[in-house]
Design a protein around this ligand. Structure first.
Ligand code: PLP
Length: 373
């Protein structure tokens, strides 16, 4: 298998720890181990006593129990813990797809959702989200994209990078369509819980269909990316056991301290997610004002969920704009070209507490350097 460089991750590898202001992160505000432990009395002592041997390859029972609580339709045995969502994407793809298989992928997308399959030798059709439709997917496209060889439909809601979120009846239609055609629905739900209105939260795909796979992670909604804990939840026993077999060749089991901390975080998941939704709501109000003041420069599709959006730069080249901005004021925006986007979009992130300061630096820079863009 040959994989090209992961453009987004290479971009972050270059800039993430040097830029003064990250204004394009897709995760929410994080916290220290101490802050997390302080959420439960006695947790500090238990953490110190936690055993550092191998853990169960499927994930520690206490962690899988906490994860399963988030899915009415699955039991802890229907959860497989991974090193981040990234490992789960890699293993799902290898577990279910062969060279020549076809899949339909929601685009633009987090690169591994399409590239790992391409690397195996699969054929892909992109189900393209369009800015002019508010980044919605057109349901009429799906039957046109599917072929006899289609083995998977890969969808990501709430969506990275556009912040698009689908209405429930449409999501149910996709799940039914996949079931009717014997296609596995791989549903990347890593931003689930970050809907601006809780009423918009979709049922997880694994609860709609016995064959669908729901992908979750600690990184985004809970802001705990450093734990590197992700999972799949599914009633599809064949896919789950094949992924578990492959995991013996990647990480074998998760990090024991991370499993402990992730279980603790999920027991307090609603408190953490509510804090992060609060940060997002306050930051989003600032972005509304910012984009209204700079409507001549940017086109703004207000997202429906999550900590990121995908505005368009109206004048100039987006890569040059992002690079000039970084040198002039240390603010990092992510050019859409890392998603293969040719529409002059960039990703902006607003899940962090220092976002108002980063946005202020960006605005000062726009005002003082009319040459940018
Ligand atoms: C849609 C989507 N899926 C998966 C991942 C991978 O998550 P993690 O880095 O926690 O493995 C990301 C990370 O940005 C993402 O945005």
């Amino acid at each position: 298998m040959k994989l090209p460089p992961f453009l987004l991750e290479r971009f972050f590898a270059r800039h993430e720890f040097e830029a003064r202001y990250l204004l394009c992160s897709s995760d929410c505000e994080s916290m220290s181990i101490g802050d997390l432990l302080s959420l439960e009395p006695g947790a500090r002592e238990k953490f110190h006593d936690h055993w550092l041997g191998y853990t169960e390859s499927t994930g520690s029972p206490s962690l899988r129990r906490e994860i399963a609580r988030g899915y009415a339709a699955v039991t802890p045995d229907q959860v497989l813990v991974h090193a981040g969502a990234e490992e789960a994407i890699f293993l799902f793809t290898h577990a279910t797809l062969e060279p020549g298989d076809h899949l339909v992928v929601h685009a633009p997308c987090y690169q591994s959702l399409c590239e790992v399959a391409r690397g195996i030798g699969c054929e892909l059709s992109l189900w393209q989200a369009r800015e002019e439709n508010g980044w919605a997917l057109d349901p009429a496209d799906l039957p046109r994209l599917v072929r006899g060889t289609t083995k998977a439909i890969v969808i990501n809601l709430p969506h990275n990078p556009t912040g698009y979120h689908m209405e429930e009846p449409r999501f149910r239609d996709i799940s039914r369509f996949a079931d009717t055609h014997g296609i596995a629905l791989f549903s990347d739900e890593v931003y689930r819980g970050l809907e601006y209105d809780n009423a918009d939260r979709l049922p997880p795909a694994c609860s709609l269909s016995e064959s669908a796979i729901s992908l979750g992670v600690m990184s985004k909604t809970y802001g705990l990316a450093g734990l590197r804990i992700g999972w799949v939840a599914t009633r599809n026993a064949a896919v789950l056991s094949r992924m578990a077999e492959l995991k013996d060749y990647t990480t074998i089991c998760a990090s024991a301290p991370s499993e402990f901390l992730a279980a603790l975080a999920l027991r307090n998941g609603e408190v953490i997610a509510a804090r992060n939704r609060g940060i997002i709501a306050a930051n989003l109000a600032l972005l509304d004002g910012f984009f209204a003041r700079h409507a001549d420069r940017f086109s703004w599709q207000r997202p429906k969920a999550g900590p990121i959006a995908f505005p368009r730069l109206r004048i100039g080249d987006v890569e040059a704009f992002c690079s000039a901005l970084l040198s002039s004021c240390g603010v990092l925006l992510l050019p859409g070209t890392v998603y293969g986007d040719a529409g002059n979009h960039f990703r902006i992130g607003f899940g962090r507490t220092n976002m108002p300061e980063a946005l202020a630096r960006l605005e000062e820079s726009l005002e003082s350097q009319s040459s940018i863009g």
